[in-house]
Ligand binder design. Structure first.
Ligand code: KE4
Length: 430
């Protein structure tokens, strides 16, 4: 692929925007090479400034379940724009989207919209702290919940469960209430509760997509629910990525564990900036203006974004089976690539949940972030570069998840598998 225009674009962007990107993962730092600059998307395809086309398995990191420029969603946005962009006042579109979200999630009586997943999680945690009157929170190493200060933590020294800031600019005081546990390890959670009797909430990605795809074990989530109940601690399922991607009724419908709060994003905006958090009414009612917990946003519930989200979720409501169809394709893709890799002596761990798929170049099963870090990142980078050159756009980090949209056809899946076999052959000089 000729990517000379992208390379020039990247140089100019880097002179004006830190790292040349508005979100770090887009810079291709962990896979090398130059990020490609996109001019448009259509269906399953991305087109770049050099005129190259790619089958898109990232879909803006999850939002585009129906592919690029879905006709229904596009029409809804264009119609909404004709009535104005933003009012800073209540609109019917917010109530209509809220109805859909509440209907999809048994655990949600009320929902509030914001403009990003980060805002949704930050607000949900403040609500949990306000509802319980407690300050401490528990998160899991390898789970990502957006970039608010309290969640940018890494493991502390030794066996300490209290985390340290994982980024400069986050004062230690801002993370001293954040405890860290290990994903799929209930004993590590119990250790946090031994270290603090002041835990407001435990937040988890029930289907983790930010250490690669690592779904939590069902029995672990049941144990986590029991531990939270024993301590009067709220359980937050962060489904910003997995919501409406793994299933339409939330992880709760897959594992039989009901969270106290759910955070959402991505798909619920249909490609426009929307985040949301929801819970049973007694929890949500602590939020201003009814309750004392403050939370706000100029563009929260933006009518154009609401229209996109409403169109997307309405399509899902009309055809919930679409997730099962996408899961069949996801399984065919990852199992096909796994078989292709095996021909050249390359071991892959693969998994899917609904339209989400993940793979690790690893001999062993991946159950947590520590396992994930033992995967072959160098091989991943070679795979990513090779597939990009073949016209297939995969997530540019080992610690991300892939997505199948309704625009990805069976033929594209077969062609992707065939391309992966060529890449594995080239990588191994097979
Ligand atoms: P945003 O603020 O990026 O909308 O959402 C933060 C967030 C919260 N919770 C989960 C489970 C998430 O996956 C995310 C964001 N996901 C990343 C992809 N791993 C967004 C891509 C990016 O950071 O550019």
């Amino acid at each position: 692929m000729n990517t000379s225009v992208s390379q020039k674009a990247f140089e100019e962007a880097q002179s004006l925007i830190p790292g040349g990107v508005d979100s770090p993962v887009r810079a291709f730092k962990s896979v090398g090479g130059t990020p490609i600059f996109i001019t448009e998307g259509k269906g399953a395809y991305l087109k770049d400034v050099d005129g190259n086309e790619y089958v898109d398995y990232v879909q803006s990191w999850g939002p585009l379940l129906f592919g690029h420029r879905d006709e229904t969603i596009e029409a809804a946005v264009i119609e909404a724009v004709k009535h104005g962009l933003s009012f800073g006042a209540p609109t019917l579109s917010e109530t209509e989207l809220a109805k859909l979200v509440v209907n999809f999630f048994d655990s949600i009586d009320k929902v509030r919209f914001v403009s990003s997943g980060t805002e949704a999680v930050m607000s949900a945690i403040r609500m949990a702290r306000g509802f319980t009157g407690r300050d401490d929170i528990v998160k899991f190493t390898g789970c990502y919940h957006g970039h608010s200060d309290a969640l940018l933590v890494e493991a502390g020294s030794g066996a300490a469960t209290f985390g340290n800031p994982s980024s400069p600019g986050v004062p230690a005081d801002f993370t001293k209430h954040t405890l860290l546990a290990e994903y799929n390890n209930i004993e590590s959670v119990k250790k946090c509760f031994a270290d603090s009797d002041n835990i407001a909430c435990v937040i988890i990605e029930p289907i983790a997509g930010n250490m690669g795809l690592v779904p939590a074990d069902k029995e672990f989530l049941h144990e986590l629910r029991a531990v939270c109940d024993a301590h009067g601690t709220l359980l937050i399922f962060d489904e910003v990525m997995s919501g409406f991607r793994a299933t339409v009724n939330g992880a709760e419908s897959l594992v039989g564990v009901v969270p106290d709060i759910v955070t959402l994003g991505k798909v619920i905006g249909g490609g426009m900036p929307v985040g949301a958090f929801g819970a049973r009414a007694e929890i949500m009612n602590v939020l201003s203006p009814d309750g004392p917990v403050y939370q706000a946003g100029t563009l929260s519930g933006n009518p154009v974004a609401m229209a996109a989200g409403y169109a997307a979720l309405t399509k899902l409501k009309q055809n919930a089976r679409v997730i099962a169809v996408l899961n069949e394709r996801a399984n065919r893709l990852v199992n096909g690539m796994k078989d292709a890799a095996a021909k050249y002596g390359i071991a892959m761990q693969v998994d899917t949940r609904g339209s989400m798929f993940g793979f690790f170049f690893n001999e062993n099963e991946v159950k947590n972030f520590k396992d994930a870090t033992t995967s072959d990142a160098v091989l991943f980078a070679k795979f990513h570069a090779g597939m990009l050159d073949e016209g297939y756009y995969f997530a540019c980090s080992q610690y991300e998840t892939g997505f199948i949209s309704t625009a990805v056809t069976d033929v594209m899946i077969e062609d992707t598998i065939a391309a992966s076999e060529r890449i594995f052959k080239a990588i191994t000089n097979g």
